[in-house]
Ligand binder design. Sequence first.
Ligand code: SAM
Length: 285
Amino acid sequence: MRIQEALWVGGRFLKEREIPSWKLDARVLLSAVTSLDRTGLVLKGDLSLEAEQQEHYHKLLERRAAGEPAAYLIGHKEFMGLDFKVTPAVLIPRPDTELMVEMALACLKESQERLPVVVDVGTGSGAVAVSLAYLLPELRVHAVDLSEQALAVARENALRHGVEKRVSFYAGNLLDPVDEKLQQNIHLITANLPYIPTTDIPGLMADVRNFEPHLALDGGVDGLELYRRLLPKASKYLAPGGHLLMEIGPGQGQEAINILPLKYWVAEIYRDLAHRERLVVARKL
Ligand SMILES: C[S@@+](CC[C@H](N)C(=O)[O-])C[C@H]1O[C@@H](n2cnc3c(N)ncnc32)[C@H](O)[C@@H]1O
């Protein structure tokens, strides 16, 4: 089978099985099998696949049709223009979370701190922590996750992008593992903690519900449980004027702001490109 034909046949196979991103996924899987990028697939469309490549492609298509996300099948995902390793131990970084990185950059610029220190809570693949360290060469990041398996992936991503000397990883709950000496000395905390209400988990898309780690999804009764638990320590660790960034789901903005005692915080809700509430940016007074 030629590459051009494989793309068409694979796309149709996924479309018939109601995979919404059928076109993109067929291309991504064929790229992984042939080691050709998007342009390469077009330019070499007339080349024939080898028998093993064809078999590998079929297996991947079948797994994708059964719901397995393409990023887990190929083992990586782009975030902030960087290529991140992903495994089923980590949430697949979402384009929506790039808003958190962009706002983090803006907050750090505003603070004009020469040697800023950031904590990334619930680091997962390290997408936020590693992107920030990559983009700001003076930055020091402390990244925490409950999952040792997720941290192993995050460490690999730090190495992959050459920031391993400036990002420290800790296993543990929220800010518990962060050195007490850093109290009042952190300039920014980024938190993309699980925020899906427990009762909404069964209604999630099957790809997410059946394949992504529930530890990365379940945010308790109203989805904001982990942010409530995070807040007392976040107040202690942040320097005055420091920022806390919390990723949220649509409709959670006001409730998330209500967690913050207004005597000590000013907060604003930011929306993603689809105009859905996505981020709370809070500044400690
Ligand atoms: C929604 S994922 C976000 C991953 C990554 N920051 C990103 O944006 O792609 C949430 C992460 O929080 C971690 N987590 C859940 N509960 C936690 C807790 N109590 N303390 C630290 N990390 C936690 C999960 O293991 C998961 O990796």
